[in-house]
Design a protein around this ligand. Structure first.
Ligand code: NDP
Length: 333
């Protein structure tokens, strides 16, 4: 068997006690699913959902065994689809890859052509994964604010879970676009990092997670919320008249203990943001915006590159809220 026919992948299996075991294994092309496009994966990344899958937290993995990794970037090796040919550079995020279908923590993967996006001009595969699912989601949140009429002149925008993956990219894009950004973090050690990304104000998690009254003093023209729970309730209660709040995460709580008051008295818009099933045209638009509006050099300075072997330890860290910014997985590292 030729050496390139075997490759490394991280596999998740469930033991008899339904505990998740992650092991590095050698696979062959014949082990891969029967999908149209075979990709040499160069980079993947570590998102909160990957942390959940690899540590066996929640019910993220829907098929066993599973190759996790909800996003990837690489080069097409062969394709049965007219949409792609060998040598094309591609990016994938979402579509339940790494949950229901085998994902990016493998040096090769076979994927549906419809799941792929051509690598946007101006980004290499490592940069695309420094952005990854988290960055795409951040961009979709920024687009939601813009579509709701929020501009840099409207007033300050607040980002919660700011030192995490989605939060970091959101702070960076918003600051680059000229918004005044307030960053909410639970970690004092991240303050300098957040200021370097462009945050002009830092708020403590404690202050922002305090149960709000139905309406508080108006503070925010817009918000990107990755936390949910009381923090999202507070952001809504503090939202300006006609503010837009883009909610994409549940790092704190999946519940939302709020009232109708911000909506019926302040015309506030709560816009949900999903990157997983986001239609192709919109994700392509978001990737093109990222190539244009994200200060890539800044993101590269703060990204961390790890090997496939290091993924289990990094997965445990992201679950403990100890990861700062974006973690890129180098499949050849
Ligand atoms: P990270 O773990 O990188 O970031 C989450 C951040 O949230 C942490 O860094 C921390 O920020 C903050 N945080 C963690 N726990 C709590 C808590 N108990 N209370 C308040 N704040 C907390 O994850 P990601 O950035 O990858 O993802 C963020 C969220 O967005 C997750 O819930 C994820 O599932 C969701 N998501 C949704 C997507 C979608 O399509 N809708 C796509 C991608 C992610 P700090 O240290 O600054 O306080």
């Amino acid at each position: 068997m030729a050496a390139q026919d075997t490759f490394k992948a991280l596999l998740l299996r469930q033991d008899d006690d339904k505990k998740t075991q992650a092991t590095l294994e050698t696979l062959t092309v014949a082990d891969l699913p029967d999908e149209d496009v075979r990709v040499a994966v160069e980079y993947s990344s570590l998102n909160y959902k990957d942390g959940m899958a690899v540590t066996g937290t929640g019910k993220i993995v829907l098929q066993w065994p599973m190759v996790p990794g909800i996003d990837l970037a690489g080069t097409v090796l062969e394709s049965r689809s007219d949409a792609y040919k060998a040598g094309d550079k591609v990016v994938l995020t979402g579509w339940s890859v790494g949950e229901k279908y085998w994902g990016g923590y493998s040096q090769q993967q076979k994927l549906k052509a419809d799941w792929l996006v051509p690598l946007p001009a101006g980004l290499n595969t490592q940069q695309a994964m420094a952005v990854g699912t988290a960055g795409l989601t951040a961009m979709l949140c920024v687009m939601a604010l813009e579509e709701g009429g929020v501009t840099p002149e409207s007033g300050p925008v607040v980002v919660t879970g700011a030192a995490g993956g989605v939060g970091s990219v959101a702070v960076s894009i918003l600051a680059k676009l000229g918004y005044q950004v307030a960053a909410v973090t639970g970690r004092e050690s991240t303050h300098d990092y957040l200021r370097a990304l462009g945050a002009s104000e830092i708020l403590s998690r404690e202050e922002m997670a305090a149960k709000p009254r139905p309406l508080e003093k108006q503070r925010w023209a817009g918000a990107v919320d990755t936390v949910g729970g009381e923090m999202l309730a507070r952001v809504l209660a503090e939202a300006d008249y006609s503010a837009v709040v883009a909610a994409c995460g549940l790092a704190g709580d999946f519940r939302l203990p709020t009232s109708v008051m911000p909506f019926i008295l302040r015309n506030v818009r709560l816009q949900g943001v999903d990157s997983v099933m986001c239609p192709l045209a919109r994700r392509t638009e978001a990737w093109n915006r990222l190539a244009q509006d994200l200060p890539m050099a800044q993101l590269e300075q703060v990204m961390q590159v790890v090997s496939l072997e290091q993924v289990p330890e990094q997965a445990a860290k992201i679950m403990q809220g100890q990861v700062q910014g974006r973690v890129v997985v180098d499949l050849n590292g």
